[in-house]
Ligand binder design. Structure first.
Ligand SMILES: *Cc1c(COP(=O)(O)O)cnc(C)c1O
Length: 497
């Protein structure tokens, strides 16, 4: 179902729509009207802390202020607005019950420097969540410090390094399949290792023979996403784990795709030594948009001593939770305090609201929905690798190329039709890639609507390709230069601009 395109705006209104709050400023306008305060509040501040001139803040009326920010908020696409099939990102619905729980004053107003004796409830929540996530992954202990998956990767690689160092070994290479997410090689470099790519075979899976060829005792480990970023389960995982362990390397699980197996099978049982989870993906906490996420990093027993400190401890005698700082082999801190606690509260609420059976249905629903969408659109957008997928699949817009239409045009047109686009041009191994992940929280009707929009676009590519080249037509900004926007950041407004 389309949520519908925004209304047509008159030219003047559209111009005002694009104004910054500073450009709306009119000297002397105020967003409040309150009687004057007796005495000078400013006197409460010592004079050396007071500025001489008033800051150059925008001067607007309350109504203009409210309209400005309300309108800005409506420009954001969000899972609460419509479907968001952004592959690899698991943009599932964030149930509001988890927000209620996280907003409880006992959690929301808790200070991280509060004494352990006064935070037993919060520590118990973290301890219980740690156990649940370790059970779900087949791991021994975990840290909540990493703020996202990428930081979990760095943490895991530093643990990998500490593990080899403890055995008096200096290894230099970490192996990464060619379908891997960009954060994997980036984290490998940050951790001081060299990334070495291993190719996928014609099934879209790790080529085990190619892997064996690059393995030796200089290899610190292998990073693997399973199912991989093509949405395919690595069937040779037993052979892969045996080969890595044979040369003394460690196996790292990139848990971004855990949504497709949660409650069904466990990375620990597949032989993985280190696992990160993205709570903002699998465990339905908000992605934040640059704000807080949570990427807990779990390890098997032999790596426990290297975890960031402090780690959570429970004293059986006094039945008290406490932070343990005396960890001589720890890699140290990765984040201030204990990570993004509020996000962990939401994940806890999500797990408790589902229960074990509900959790199993998560993976089933995610896989079913992805396959349903895959089949609905396959006549126009064939999948890169044949057969049943897991929770996502990579289709290709290659058949539209003969009309001069590319995956990016399909994505931009989809915005006009009321849907967030799938991930485009990733993984790199697929030409004109469109990577779709509907998640388990979308209804059949929504997926039918999304498929209908994609099929309509395929027809338009033939009949009116310029309609696609011009898309999106309904957004205030149309085709920003994404590379330049990221490299030439302008985060501060000044009048001279
Ligand atoms: C999302 C993702 C990551 C990075 O996780 P963040 O939480 O965004 O830092 C790593 N690998 C894969 C496959 C991903 O999809």
């Amino acid at each position: 179902m389309s949520t519908g395109a925004p209304l047509e705006l008159s030219a003047g209104t559209r111009e005002r729509e694009l104004e910054l709050i500073f450009e709306r400023s009119r000297s002397g306008r105020r967003a409040w009207s309150l009687p004057p305060v007796d005495g000078s509040v400013a006197d409460l501040l010592p004079s050396e802390h007071r500025r001489e001139d008033a800051p150059a803040l925008p001067e607007v009326s309350e109504l203009d202020l409210v309209r400005h920010y309300t309108r800005l908020s409506q420009r954001n696409w969000a899972i609460d607005v419509g479907a968001y099939p952004l592959g690899s990102c698991t943009m599932k619905y964030n149930p509001k019950v988890a927000e209620e729980v996280a907003a409880m004053p006992g959690f929301a107003a808790l200070h991280p420097l509060e004494d352990d004796a006064l935070t037993q409830g919060a520590l118990e929540l973290l301890g219980t969540l740690e156990r649940a996530l370790c059970n779900a992954t087949g791991m021994s202990r975990l840290t909540f410090q990493p703020a996202a998956g990428a930081q979990g990767e760095l943490t895991g690689l530093l643990i990998m390094r500490a593990f080899h160092a403890a055995q008096g070994q200096e290894r230099h290479r970490v192996i990464i399949p060619d379908s891997a997410h960009g954060t994997n090689p980036a984290s490998v470099s940050l951790a001081g290792y060299t990334a070495q790519e291993v190719r996928s075979d014609e099934r879209g899976l790790v080529d085990v023979d190619a892997l064996r060829e690059v393995l030796d005792d200089d290899v610190a480990g292998l990073m693997l996403t399973n199912p991989n970023t093509l949405g395919l389960f690595e069937r040779d995982i037993q052979k892969i784990q045996a080969a890595i362990h044979e040369v003394g390397g460690l196996l790292y699980y990139d848990g971004a795709n855990f949504n497709s197996i949660v409650g069904r099978c466990r990375p620990g049982d597949m032989g993985f030594d280190i696992v990160h989870l993205n709570l903002h993906k699998t465990f339905a906490t908000p992605h934040g948009g640059g704000g807080p996420g949570s990427g807990p990093l779990a390890v098997s027993e032999r790596l426990e001593r290297f975890l960031p400190k402090p780690v959570l401890g429970f004293d059986e005698g006094s039945e008290r939770w406490r932070w343990e700082h005396d960890r001589p082999d720890s890699i140290g801190r990765i984040h201030s305090f204990h990570g993004n606690f509020g996000i962990n509260v939401r994940a806890y609420a999500f797990l408790r609201s589902l229960g074990p059976e509900g959790l199993r249905q998560v993976a089933e629903g995610a896989v079913l929905n992805a396959n349903y969408l895959r089949v609905l659109i396959e006549s126009a957008f064939p999948t890169a690798y044949p057969g049943v997928c897991m929770h996502e699949f990579v289709a290709s817009a290659k058949p539209l190329k003969k009309h001069g239409v590319r995956a990016m045009d399909v994505a931009k047109r989809l915005i006009d039709l009321g849907y967030h686009p799938p991930t485009v041009y990733f993984p790199l191994v697929v030409e004109e890639a469109l990577m779709a992940e509907p998640t388990e929280t979308e209804s059949k009707e929504t997926i039918d609507g999304l498929a209908g929009a994609l099929l309509q676009i395929a027809r338009e590519a033939e009949s009116d390709p310029d309609l696609l080249h011009d898309a999106p037509r309904t957004t205030p900004a149309r085709r920003p230069d994404e590379a330049r926007a990221a490299r030439d950041l302008k985060v501060r407004w000044s009048p001279s601009q």
